[in-house]
Ligand binder design. Structure first.
Ligand code: C2E
Ligand code: CA
Ligand code: CA
Length: 604
């Protein structure tokens, strides 16, 4: 017995030692965890805790014995539930399972958030008599999460709104349109989609700087905003294009009237640097359900209507019609075939004579490009030059035009078709000026053709110069140094500033056809023509009037001091062969008498 007793005692001692070792081991583990871990009885008393929890108790200067969980965590004298905080202990007892709650602890100068994970502590009969709670400081994660949410919101805003005008962008517009359509479907209402595009905005952008262009866009957005109500949408679709979804309408006059109000709102001039700037707009309208059912479809149709409004010269609104789809498709097909036109040798130059009005003789020739389309026949440059500019084809096309004109001119000079002093003018488009080596390229082409530089004239428009004044001034100086002449085309239609005009090495102003067509009856036009002539004369420039169609126009111009002219009165642009006939006829008219061609020539 005694032996057995001893045995049992030894066994106990060994077991106890193992237990202590096990407990110490477990304690080390939980002490090794940085988060406070607490074992809490039903009356909130802490039965056990790890080092992190003890440290917190010491920081709060609380005794470790008979400490309550709320004293440890919050230094509070009342349980959380009495302070309106969710109590993990109460939760576990109520639900019989683990739970998680988040507590915000505000103390002077700090604000901390804890996530408390609590699990039930059960006795041998599986009854819950307390909880094990781990407190996890999640303040930093919350700050990061808040930051993330904020940047998400910013990104969301950026992805839906236009930075310049703060209006919804194209994406949000499409969303709103889809929502509007769904709503209209439910209520069997009719909805209009409008695209508003500013007329000749590119010219404004070219003539002023981009910041000024932005100011105008903001001001336009402001005026349009005044027209839309709370449940209507105005968006900036990009560039100078705005989208509008007015409230549902009953009859078609309503969207038409809305468009009128847009035109009226844009009527008063905008003021830029003390200068009045007029901004017109073209509007395309598509209607639901009459013309389409989806946002995509309606937008495409409003766009086709817009294009047709533009083609009419702007300042109008067009509703979509089925014919427009065909026209838009046509345009795409044309654009595609334009790419191959140069390789297929489908371009031709036509030549329009420029006449010295005083003596009725050929003074110069303007080369004008034509596209002989295999199916459509002759396509006007008014149609394809803008397409070529968009696609960049204008550069190789421009080179081809210049080379062909120079070679043709040299051939005519050699053959005696034209006098040695007769000039040849070639149009340059704005996009070509973006090429840094443009001047050298022109000079090279000229040299290869062996044409004398003095007879080559390039025609540029005011907006080309104003787009990048410094670069174009440099380029023009190089051309002038090489002996090439420089004319300003369509003069009077742009916004060129006098200060630039004076600095440009120009040789000629071409008075735009729009001023010539109604003289001498239209007194305004007559006054403008007089002013341009006075300006050109004071700058010692040659003056040429475009689009002369009548004897009266010619007489008026000559009388006012404009000595050069071009127009159907003398000849339309002619294919090379026909031009030779024309030149020979003019030559014959002047040569027998050996003197000036006189009136006969102007009768051609
Ligand atoms: P533009 O340089 O102002 O050319 C004058 C336009 O007026 C020509 O139209 C010509 O046919 C037309 N015209 C001439 N006299 C009269 C007239 O008495 N009455 C009327 N109603 N019209 C007249 P076209 O040839 O259709 O050219 C249109 C525009 O296309 C040109 O305007 C020019 O800006 C551009 N263009 C033509 N060829 C070229 C080219 O080779 N390169 C570039 N970049 N542009 C070109
Ligand atoms: Ca021209
Ligand atoms: Ca012109």
């Amino acid at each position: 017995m005694i032996n057995a007793d001893i045995d049992i005692t030894e066994q106990d001692a060994a077991n106890t030692a193992a237990l202590i070792q096990e407990r110490t081991f477990l304690q080390h583990i939980i002490d090794g965890i940085d988060n406070p871990i607490m074992v809490i009885a039903q009356d909130y008393r802490l039965i056990r805790m790890n080092q992190a929890a003890k440290r917190q108790a010491r920081e709060r200067k609380r005794p470790l014995q008979s400490l309550h969980c709320y004293e440890l965590l919050y230094g509070s004298d009342k349980p959380c539930s009495e302070l309106g905080r969710e109590c993990p202990l109460a939760e576990v007892f109520a639900q019989g399972c683990s739970t998680k709650v988040v507590h915000l602890i505000e103390e002077p100068g700090t604000e901390q958030s804890y996530e408390l994970s609590a699990s039930p502590l059960r006795d041998d009969q599986d009854r819950i008599f307390g909880i094990i709670e781990i407190a996890h400081d999640i303040s930093e994660q919350l700050v990061i999460a808040a930051e993330l949410r904020r940047s998400e919101l910013i990104v969301l805003r950026l992805s839906q709104y236009d930075l310049l005008t703060s209006l919804p962008n194209r994406l949000l517009f499409a969303d709103r349109l889809s929502e509007g359509l769904a709503e209209a479907r439910r209520h069997q209402a009719r909805l209009a989609v409008m695209i508003v595009d500013l007329d000749r905005f590119k010219q404004i952008n070219d003539c002023f700087d981009h910041q000024d262009g932005d100011e105008i866009l903001k001001a336009v957005a402001g005026r349009l905003q005044q027209l839309v109500g709370e449940h209507e949408t105005l968006a900036r679709l990009g560039g100078d294009e705005f989208g509008l979804i007015p409230a549902p309408f009953q009859t078609k006059d309503e969207p038409a009237r809305f468009a009128e109000r847009i035109h009226e709102a844009l009527q008063p001039p905008f003021i830029l640097h003390g200068q009045r700037v007029l901004v017109g707009a073209s509007i395309g309208i598509a209607l639901y359900p009459d013309q389409g059912h989806t946002a995509d479809d309606l937008l495409r149709k409003a766009d086709a209507a817009l294009y047709s409004a533009k083609a009419e010269g702007g300042k109008t609104a067009h509703f979509f019609t089925e014919q427009l789809t065909t026209a838009a498709r046509d345009r795409l097909v044309l654009e595609a075939s334009l790419q191959e036109a140069l390789e297929r040798d489908e371009f031709e130059l036509y030549y329009q004579p420029q006449i010295d009005l005083r003596i009725g003789q050929l003074y110069g020739i303007e080369a004008l490009v034509r596209w002989r389309h295999p199916e459509r026949g002759l396509v006007s440059p008014v149609t394809f030059i803008p397409l070529a500019e968009e696609s960049g084809l204008i550069n190789p096309l421009g080179d081809w035009g210049l080379r062909t004109a120079c070679q043709q001119m040299q051939a005519w000079r050699v053959a005696g078709v034209v006098a040695p002093t007769t000039s040849i003018s070639v149009n340059l488009s704005t996009r070509q000026f973006e090429q840094r080596d443009l001047a050298q390229k022109i000079i090279n082409i000229l040299e290869q053709s062996e044409l004398a530089p003095e007879v080559l004239e390039i025609e540029i428009t005011e907006s080309t110069v104003m787009q990048s004044p410094h670069r174009s001034i440099d380029c023009l100086h190089l051309l002038r140094q090489a002996g090439i002449r420089v004319a300003v085309d369509d003069f009077g239609t742009g916004y060129s500033s006098m200060s630039y005009l004076k600095r440009l090495p120009l040789t000629k102003l071409k008075i735009d056809r729009s001023f010539v067509s109604d003289i001498p009856e239209d007194l305004n036009d007559a006054a403008i023509v007089r002013a341009i002539i006075a300006l050109g004369t004071s700058l010692s420039l040659e003056l040429l009037a475009e689009g002369i169609e009548t004897q009266e126009q010619q007489a008026f111009l000559l009388n006012e001091g404009c000595s050069l002219g071009q127009g159907y009165l003398f000849a339309k642009p002619l294919p090379a062969e026909d031009f030779v006939h024309f030149a020979t006829r003019i030559g014959q008219a002047s040569s027998p008498a050996g003197g000036p061609a006189g009136e006969q020539a102007t009768q051609v």
